[in-house]
Write a protein that binds this ligand. Sequence first.
Ligand code: G3I
Length: 316
Amino acid sequence: IAPLRLLGEQRELVIGAAVNANTLRSDPEYAIVLGREFNGITPENAMKWTALEPVPGEFDRSGADALIEFARQHDQQVYGHTLVWHRQVPRWAHDAVTAHQTGAMLREHIHAQVSYFRGDVWAWDVANEVFDDDGSLRDSFWLRRMGPEYIEDSFRWAREADPEAALFINDFGIEGINAKSDALYAWVTDALERGVPIDGIGFQVHWTLAPLPGSFADNMTRFADLGLDVAITEMDVRIPTPATEQSLAEQAEIFDQALTACRTVAACRSFTVWGVSDAHSWVPHAYPEQGSATLFDGGYRPKPAYQSLVEALRRP
Ligand code: G3I
């Protein structure tokens, strides 16, 4: 079968994987599968603030640089992840006390990183997971210190530093039409009217064997109708381990549904799986007795989910 990325290219779709810089360095097979099957890379951790600036003013971009170099050699697009989030912020950053100090620090972070990576990333997750399930803004260090403006300020600062990169707001639990996606929709509509430079919505799709919401494609479409791009940014489907023939088949079905939904929306630019293989997925660390969430098993053999994406891409 043709590698996934070739089929993606024929559909003008980025087919990405979240990549761990340490694993890429240490596991040759990981690198082979990544280069062969994917035309997109999202750094799983290497572009998060803790990784980039462990000590104030001392930057460590070695992991991110290695991923960008790999992507260059393999003709892959890099999706930057992520500029403002409530997790993986270094300890020292919490020393900022006033709104002014915090805003200056966040502006400096965004300007420094976005200008450094300018030209190497096609898109950024500017704001990650800023809503709660009930539709309110998530209680976070940023919200407490700076108020709700921190989100739109972050988009403006990112645009200042890279006028070309597509700027995304990314979240989980917004796949269907629900309280959270309604709140995001209202927020984005208002922000766009006020000229906030937002270009796209990232749908994470960390999923289980429960069916995907039937409204997924319609939901993406309503955002696309605002003139935005949409993307599936972090998909995985966790299943109880050990996986069975039955659970792998159900998993394949869910991957197919998500990619098919993306394909029905012209503005859907990319489809990214959160991990290259089951050997290096975050899932078993976070959910005991679950795993097998990606397209390749621990021995890098393609799973039924892989085949289902091939078929979803081949369909006219
Ligand atoms: O930093 C230490 C490192 O020094 C040490 O060598 C290593 C050994 O275990 O642990 C290290 O940090 C871990 C880091 O991943 C790097 O491997 C953290 O403990 C661990 O919490 C962290 O997990 C990441 C998680 O985000 C953090 O919230 C996962 O790899 C990553 O897959 C996950 O990704 C998130 C997206 O960014 C946002 N959406 C949800 C998604 C899944 O949770």
